[in-house]
Design a binder for this molecule. Structure first.
Ligand SMILES: [Zn+2]
Length: 172
């Protein structure tokens, strides 16, 4: 886990970024670092502890300034590590991404067509449509406006310890 959780100036969690991007934001003076990982990276002359939690100095309206990045992990987060077909929660390594309308049938690779599925359900569905596979989605996939995972049971084991506090803050 070398990613950083990014908070708005108001402490609202807004996205997860990789460590390179986190260091760039910090070098640019746009963020303050609230927590570090126990991992260092080395350049020829310096070493840096990797940021775990960053806070923007300036307030952005998340709706306009950011979308949540479309990534495997963020889809799992949106779907709460729950297979959208059998409705069970799985460890990240047992989860896969499923295209609701298969790519082979012109389905898009985006937030509204990609869902979390366990490998069993993914295999069962194969390249069939929902109707053909006789499967239903737990919920309609949408593009999340920001990450707010504070009320998710079982999330703790998936996230770095030093993120938890910030995800649980009540932000107006
Ligand atoms: Zn499943």
């Amino acid at each position: 886990m070398k990613e950083a959780l990014v908070l708005n100036a108001s402490y609202q969690p807004i996205r997860i970024i990789d460590w390179q991007k986190a260091l760039i934001l910090w070098f640019q003076g746009k963020v303050e670092i609230l927590e570090f990982h126990d991992i260092e990276v080395h350049s020829p002359s310096q070493s840096f502890a990797l940021p775990a939690v960053l806070r923007f100095k300036k307030f952005f309206r998340p709706y306009y300034a950011f979308g949540v990045k479309f990534s495997r992990r963020n889809i799992f987060l949106r779907d709460r590590f729950t297979c959208q077909y059998c409705c069970k929660i799985f460890a990240e390594k047992k989860l896969t991404l499923d295209h609701v309308i298969p790519l082979s049938r012109g389905g898009a690779h985006n937030w509204t067509n990609v869902v979390t599925a366990c490998s069993k359900c993914n295999n069962k569905k194969g390249s069939m449509s929902l109707k053909e596979a006789n499967l239903r989605l737990l919920k309609k996939p949408i593009q999340p406006k920001f990450l707010n995972q504070s009320e998710i049971p079982g999330m703790r084991s998936h996230l770095p310890e030093n993120w938890i506090h910030y995800l649980n803050l009540k932000v107006e």
